[in-house]
Design a protein around this ligand. Structure first.
Ligand code: GLU
Length: 297
């Protein structure tokens, strides 16, 4: 049992970074995680991952939260903001350091060569400037069962190398923050886009090193252009219109497998409850991508 949460109750979350308005791809992740939590009679939480001020777009956290409300996606608990959690990240880093799993590193990206993968330090310590802190990744295979993708295996020592926990400029890395906060919020299953499948093995390594439980994983197929390219200029990458949520909500539900006729009419809450009753996410088995439906209007 972690942080006092009852692990028999399903707890899911949507964890956007405030780097712009909610777009169709992230709406699918939000709706998918919400539908899954409701189908499991669980709780659904929202966490704003605002730990990278240089990448943050002012006002976008508020606009994402307002859009979620317009789509009928109301979290069951207060929103958790990562900017308020840095103390917990420092405690976790200290624990990893004390256990010999985190080490200071002065290697520049250029020094690491074209891949940027760190296997051993190539630059000497330089006490005149602060180091980055990295997690030491031992050789070995990490496996997990994904609800959509089945058994997944990864060798993080080969694919990721020793990854950053805190950058030299003092900013906390996503991998550490996400693991600390998923445990803090008692998340039992992580539902998110398949673009983060490759991060999961690193997160499992951190959970183990910190003595945290590993949640379940469900990586939703990524929404791609009709020609298979990751969304860029298509309708699907445009911000969704929170003043007129129904067209995008219908499209998101159909992308997740809802019967188009079942979600053709009705207000947001009715569409969501029909989708909760009708969607079988297991039917997305094995799919890494789904084509963006065209949004009317
Ligand atoms: N904040 C991450 C993003 O917006 C998602 C983190 C997660 O779901 O694990 O891409």
């Amino acid at each position: 049992m972690i942080e006092g949460h009852d692990r028999r109750v399903y707890r899911g979350r949507f964890a956007p970074s405030p780097t712009g308005a909610l777009h169709f791809g992230s709406l699918v992740a939000a709706v998918g995680s919400y539908v899954r939590a409701r189908q499991q009679s669980g709780r659904w939480l929202v966490r704003i991952e605002d730990i990278d001020p240089p990448r943050e777009v002012p006002g976008s956290a508020r606009s994402i939260l307002d859009a979620l409300a317009a789509f009928g996606l109301e979290p069951d608990e207060p929103v958790l903001w990562q900017h308020a959690r840095v103390e917990a990240y420092a405690v976790a880093l200290e624990r990893l350091r004390a256990g010999g799993r985190a080490f200071p590193c002065w290697c520049s990206r250029t020094a690491l060569g074209p891949t940027g993968v760190h296997r051993a330090c190539v630059s000497a310590p330089d006490p005149s400037r602060p180091p980055a802190w990295r997690f030491r990744v031992e050789p070995g295979t990490i496996g997990f069962d994904d609800v959509i993708h089945g058994p997944v295996r990864d060798e993080p020592a080969r694919t990721s190398g020793d990854f950053v926990l805190r950058r030299a400029d003092g900013l906390w890395a996503y991998q550490l923050a996400v693991v600390v906060d998923d445990a803090f919020q008692g998340i039992t299953e992580v539902v998110r886009g398949a673009d983060l499948l490759d991060s999961t093995a690193r997160q499992i390594l951190l959970q183990r090193a910190l003595g945290l439980e590993t949640p379940g994983y469900l990586h939703l197929p990524l929404v791609v252009d009709a020609d298979g390219a990751k969304l860029s200029k298509s309708l699907g990458s445009l911000p969704v219109d929170a003043r007129d949520p129904l067209p995008a909500l219908r499209a998101a539900l159909v992308a997740l497998g809802a019967d188009p006729a079942a979600v053709a009419s009705g207000p947001v809450h009715v569409l969501l409850s029909r989708a909760i009753a009708g969607i079988d996410l297991a039917r997305l088995a094995g799919r890494r991508s789904i084509a963006a439906p065209s949004l009317p209007g």
